[in-house]
Design a protein around this ligand. Sequence first.
Ligand code: CP
Length: 306
Amino acid sequence: MTRHFLRDDDVTQAEQSAILDLAIEIKRDRWARKPLAGPQTVAVIFDKSSTRTRVSFAVGIADLGGVPLIISTASSQLGGKETASDTARVLERQVAAIVWRTYAQAGLVEMAAGTTVPVINALSDDFHPCQLLADLLTIREHRGELAGLTVTFLGDGASNMAQSYLLAGATAGMHVRVASPTDYAPDDRVVADADAIAARTGGSITLYTDALEAVAGADVVVTDTWVSMGKEDEKAERLTRFGQYRVDADLMALAKPDALFLHCLPADRGYEVTTEVIDGPQSVIWDEAENRLHAQKALMVWLLAQ
Ligand code: CP
């Protein structure tokens, strides 16, 4: 059966670890793997804007011997003119895999149900699992094993990054803390899924409203923009509500002295994170951005071999 990567928990702990091992191998020897030689084509579809995801998939597919076909939804029949499942049936006759950045998770589920080629979530409103593979790779490079580490996400707990941290962190056996206002807490169903995973992997899930409490003793501190794509009309309200979750030097000082700072970028400097922190010695954001390439190449190699 075709494997897809729509959510972080579409892989087991062992599979996640194998993909990260592969990413480390690929990073060391960038052009060794050519599963897309032919060349085969991978469709990479964007309903939303992107820099990192667009570049890393395009470069990664080329590195793997293939051809990236970048499709903007605005210039295609997707997005109201043709269903995701009909699009999937057309694409599968010609491409080796489909990568899609979209809004509703349900669209990805429909796309995956309608095709025999792997579908990869390149960000939805609910999850950003490719980013999490890059984040976990970065943490592993800097800290070794993931299991047992405490990671704190601050800001919009209902965002795709917070929810992906819950699922991916739990899968890795990490202790995941999310700090947000109560009305911006993660979806109860995602928390329940993450709790169930953590019970199997030895990790844990804890939700906070207090940023200081959430960061105390953490190994890794993470934030993201307070105004995710599609939430622009809520900007003024969000800037007011999330103020106490800004990652500044005082907040970082509550984490472990060698704690890492991660941000998937793009950043609104001065809002969710101060320039002092994002450009400071604990920040590993450039490794994190580069690791999108290696982690996604590993994911594609792994999915194409299933
Ligand atoms: N982090 C991330 O997904 O960046 P882009 O929006 O630039 O792709």
